[in-house]
Design a protein around this ligand. Structure first.
Ligand SMILES: [Zn+2]
Length: 109
């Protein structure tokens, strides 16, 4: 399924770009904290949002890289838990997954 690999590669670069932007924000490349107290409170709230988006993007990137690594090993459509084939419909909906629906259910419950 070459479209899946292309999709994941595009997603990977998008996530990397996003993480770079979050990192730039966290390092305040856009200037020091505003002096005004109310402004500071808003900025701090923004920081928390950016931090959680950053974490989310990083864990998504990890999953995408994992899926790409498995595709490179020719195991992209094999569940990494039980070794069965992953339903192609599932891969279409969730291209970065590396487990079958049964194992995903067990993991989350
Ligand atoms: Zn499985």
């Amino acid at each position: 399924m070459p479209e899946r690999k292309e999709f994941l590669e595009a997603l990977r670069s998008e996530l990397r770009e996003r993480i770079n932007r979050y990192t730039a924000h966290q390092h305040r490349d856009d200037g020091p904290l505003e002096a005004d107290f109310a402004e500071q409170a808003i900025q701090r709230q923004n920081d928390e949002v950016v931090d959680s988006l950053d974490l989310e993007a990083r864990s998504e990137l990890k999953q995408v890289e994992r899926a790409l690594a498995r595709i490179a090993e020719d195991e992209g459509d094999i569940c990494e838990v039980c070794g069965e084939f992953i339903n192609p419909e599932r891969l279409k909906v969730l291209p970065q997954t590396t487990v079958c629906v049964g194992c995903a259910d067990q993991r989350s419950s």
